[in-house]
Design a protein around this ligand. Structure first.
Ligand SMILES: C[S@@+](CC[C@H](N)C(=O)[O-])C[C@H]1O[C@@H](n2cnc3c(N)ncnc32)[C@H](O)[C@@H]1O
Length: 215
């Protein structure tokens, strides 16, 4: 019993130290999550804690939509979204790190993903996206938003590429050392004129959904 308690305490201390370290570093430096964590991000263990179907329904991702994933990383959710939007929909998966995009590219070559033809990988910065205005029905990001060095600029970009009445869905997850409270995400999200539509999920795993107003 004592051994189990000691192990649990050690895990808890490492978790807290990790959270504190990253939050302190973020105050001084801008840096994206390193590409070597791609394997952990894209793991069944993670998807057990953050089921893709829940994120898809909370974000209101529907068949036929043209969607943009900002900060797709190693593609933990991208293939699920590609299947949810179906043959008539498209997923544009954008990330600033080519090493992350390489991981999705490899994933898409696996036999179980050979049927997926509607994902377009884009190397680019969320603060200056190489995408046309009024293009997407929905823009989503999962554990990315707090990593972006200029959130207002990123929101402006997301708004620019969304069609009028388009949806912006921001998902956050507590083990992420950048995790913000729901109130923080809502406060930031409603800047730049987005309207809060709904917040789904629980304290440690939630999606805040916003609408781009018509004008
Ligand atoms: C914590 S990972 C999350 C990846 C993925 N969304 C997931 O949930 O597995 C954050 C991702 O955002 C990307 N990212 C960070 N800053 C970015 C920026 N300015 N533009 C585009 N992507 C960015 C990182 O490269 C990284 O892949």
């Amino acid at each position: 019993m004592n051994v189990i308690i000691t192990i649990l305490l050690i895990i808890l201390v490492i978790f807290i130290l990790w959270q504190v370290l990253i939050r302190v570093l973020r105050r001084f430096f801008d840096f994206p999550a390193p590409a070597f964590i791609g394997k952990f991000l894209d793991s069944d263990f993670r998807r057990k804690m953050q089921p893709p179907d829940k994120i898809i329904s909370r974000s209101k991702i529907k068949e036929g939509m043209k969607v943009l994933e900002v900060g797709c990383g190693s593609g933990a959710f991208t293939t699920f979204v590609a299947r949810a939007v179906g043959d008539k929909g498209e997923v544009f998966a954008l990330d600033i790190q080519p090493e992350m995009l390489k991981q999705i590219e490899n994933k898409l070559k696996q036999p179980e993903n050979k049927d997926i033809k509607n994902i377009h990988l884009i190397e680019g910065d969320a603060l200056n996206m190489p995408l046309e205005d009024n293009t997407f029905d929905l823009v989503y990001s999962i554990t990315v938003f707090q990593e972006l060095p200029d959130k207002n600029k990123a929101l402006k970009e997301m708004k620019r590429v969304l069609k009028p009445n388009g949806i912006l869905a921001i998902t956050e997850f507590l083990p992420d050392p950048d995790y913000p409270l729901k109130s923080t995400t809502v406060k930031i999200g409603t800047r730049e004129g987005f309207i809060l539509d709904d917040i789904g999920g629980n304290f440690w795993n939630y999606t805040a959904r916003f609408i781009k107003p018509h004008n």
